[in-house]
Design a protein around this ligand. Structure first.
Ligand code: ADP
Length: 392
């Protein structure tokens, strides 16, 4: 009896021990399994985070603005360029596209993608502070595996610079056509007058031939200036840089212009001290000096004085100035005077045979030498044009 009881007790103890070991093993396996799962999840999450960061960094390098919205219209991703275009501070995520861009047309485009698979080449004008911006939008509706709506992706290409260049080009072509048409029509009407019998009158013949000659010269000057600007624009102008005595260069130009200055009673003065040596292309430097001195003669005072002088600056540069004692230039004209075809006094420029391109050429040439050009003037107190060049 006792034996049977002891045996039962023993068996019960063995079973209890076996059960306890099994439970412990089970808990251990479960804990290991849970830890492994935890590690795998952390690893996956880190991988996903890294991948997202890499994608965002890649998108941030794009020139185009990029916005990805989810099916509820909330931003999931917006790159740096999109933030700059619409001036929204990061992060844009979780906001609606309207909240972030504050632009109804952009929000309407995103909404259209509920019905349309894609929108290509949509042009957008952004008005705000400052000049308007022009954008081209390409957008694509995103679908999930079952073909349901899964948001949209919108790409914004900034066309503003292109548009500006296009309008500068159009304005330039219109100006060139106008400048060509005026002397051409004068030449044509002078020739017609001569053909209609004017040639039989000796005085008229001389007068009309002079008109033809004057305007043909004007056309030649215009075409020369246009070709020069086109070479400067193309970047193909090769500068033959060498040490040049500024005093000698100015002397050559004042000698060349002496007769022209004399015809208006203008005295040309070369006040450049000897010993100032610039590093420049001699032909181009003569062209700059000649354009500026020619303007001082043309637009300065009759019987006035035009002076060219120079001084050394601290930063291995020299500053050359051309001063006249003429009527000067109003402040609003000073701000635009280096633009192509800009004239402060249109009638005067035409009468003097000006092309309106002289100062634009001066600016280009000086900049090609790494220098700067500016004008200082007060109405009634003459004008001074100043430019810098590197010293040799
Ligand atoms: P233009 O062929 O008409 O002389 P520029 O580009 O050389 O063309 O000059 C542009 C305009 O600047 C001129 O039409 C003139 O109105 C003005 N200008 C240039 N130099 C002077 C000056 N020294 N004094 C007054 N006006 C000037």
């Amino acid at each position: 009896m006792i034996f049977a009881f002891t045996l039962t007790l023993l068996l019960a103890a063995v079973f209890a021990l076996a059960w306890w070991f099994e439970r412990a093993r089970h808990f251990r396996t479960e804990a290991t399994h849970r830890r492994e799962l935890e590690e795998q999840r952390a690893h996956r999450e880190a991988g996903l985070r890294e991948q997202t960061q890499r994608t965002v960094a890649l998108f941030d390098r794009m020139v185009e603005g990029l916005i990805v919205v989810d099916a509820a219209g909330r931003i999931r991703l917006a790159n740096r360029a999109a933030g700059e275009l619409f001036a929204f501070p990061p992060p844009a995520t979780e906001r609606t596209i309207l909240e972030a861009t504050r632009h109804h047309e952009v929000a309407a485009l995103a909404a259209r993608l509920d019905r349309e698979p894609e929108i290509l080449g949509h042009e957008l004008r952004l008005e705000g502070i400052g000049p308007p911006r022009f954008l081209q939008v390409n957008a694509l509706a995103l679908r999930d595996a079952d073909g349901g709506r899964d948001g949209a992706i919108l790409v914004f290409h900034d066309l503003t610079r292109l548009r500006q260049l296009e309008s500068v080009r159009q304005e330039f072509v219109a100006n060139v056509s106008h400048e060509l048409r005026t002397p051409l029509s004068l030449i044509k009407s002078a020739a017609e007058t001569l053909l209609d019998g004017g040639k039989d009158d000796a005085a008229a013949l001389t007068r009309f031939l002079q008109i033809i000659d004057k305007h043909a010269n004007r056309l030649t000057l215009l075409i020369d200036d246009l070709l020069m600007l086109s070479t400067l624009d193309s970047g193909h102008m090769r500068l033959n840089l060498q040490p040049i005595s500024l005093r000698s260069a100015a002397q050559e130009v004042t000698d060349d212009l002496k007769a022209r200055a004399g015809s208006r009673g203008v005295v040309l003065e070369n006040a450049i001290p000897a010993g100032l040596i610039a590093q420049a292309d001699p032909d181009r430097l003569r062209q700059v000096l000649s354009n500026l001195l020619d303007n001082a003669i043309k637009y300065g005072r009759v019987e006035g004085r035009a002076t060219v002088s120079a001084r050394a600056l601290e930063n291995k540069r020299v500053e050359i100035s051309i001063r006249d004692d003429g009527p000067g230039i109003p402040a609003e004209a000073c701000a635009r005077i280096f633009e192509r075809f800009y004239r402060a006094d249109k009638a005067r420029s035409r009468e003097q045979g000006g092309t309106g391109l002289g100062l634009a050429i001066v600016k280009h040439v000086v900049q090609a030498h790494g220098g700067e050009v500016r004008v200082e003037s007060e109405v009634g107190a003459g004008a001074t044009f100043l430019f810098t060049l590197p010293v040799a």
